[in-house]
Write a new protein. Sequence first.
Length: 331
Amino acid sequence: MSSENSIIILGSGPAGYTAALYTARANLNPLLIDGGVGMGQGMQGQGGQLTITTEVENFPGFPEGIMGPELMTRMREQVARFGVRFVEDMATKVDLSERPFKVWVNDDLYTTRALIIATGASARWLGLDEEKPVWEGGLGGAGVSACATCDGAMPVFRNKELIVVGGGDTAAEEALYLTYYASRVYIVHRRDQLRASMVMQQRVVNHPKITVLWNKVIQKIHDPEKKQVTGVTLKDTVTGELSEKEIAGVFMAIGHKPNSELFSGQIDMDEVGYIRTHHDVRTTKLGVYACGDVQDSEYRQAISAAGSGCMAAIQAERFLAAEDAGVHAEW
Ligand code: NDP
């Protein structure tokens, strides 16, 4: 199968859906390749990272808050109303060497004059056997989460002792956030020095509710059978000594991985794999735009992703209109 398009959007988080909404309303008849369903832990498909979180309280327009999966369902319904065409699968290969660009979904080839990349990022996990069953038992509410700002305010964590794993700015920020709710927050870090910026290090180390557990890694999370975190086994990375700690939640903050492998070698990326953009959402390839978490290591919020999806759509629309008018198009 083969189809020709003016615009293809890859990804269906807030950035992808917003780009779809704007390009559909601009009569560009976008095709949205949405990542498919049931990708499993750490590899969110349709709806993106918000489908694996619980209540979202910082997306404007929902004074009572809204569940992450419901927010994404509503965004999908909104874009469907404007006739966006969906491919419910993952793009498997792209060729950006010439226009029209080529996108494959398995054996099906789609060509497009402009491409918006909104493939998001995935939280890194420790890779422990217990992460998956505990997590699947009740999303972040079961006690294993990769987003303290998403899940930390849940009643199950109130006045409880919690762990944040990692030593970077995210770990510091998440630990500080969790102090609003927890009785104590332990930062479990594998070395004796934090990677976080000095100002964040100082805030963490001086905070009365935060204790850094240096040179420690989590060896085991209890208790997958109960589908609820009840504690952890820690291992000292220097002495090898094991210890147990009763806690109600483990928040991973060991970094994110942008979902950009598909474009490797075809557009400019930083050393981690975040797509480099210029003038907000323009990549180094004329006609290719990137928005949301695949190009944003700093803000990583649903609302900022949605905003950049809007920018990508408007830039793509201008680019195509200029080309149709025979005007030299920049980006
Ligand atoms: P980082 O990559 O900076 O830090 C990841 C942390 O996780 C490191 O301390 C690392 O340990 C640890 N880690 C990684 N893998 C494992 C593992 N398998 N087991 C145990 N620990 C592990 O990621 P962040 O998400 O913290 O930050 C990403 C970028 O975003 C940074 O540039 C950061 O500055 C920025 N940021 C800025 C913020 C701000 O300015 N307010 C807020 C949040 C992020 P080790 O140190 O030993 O490598």
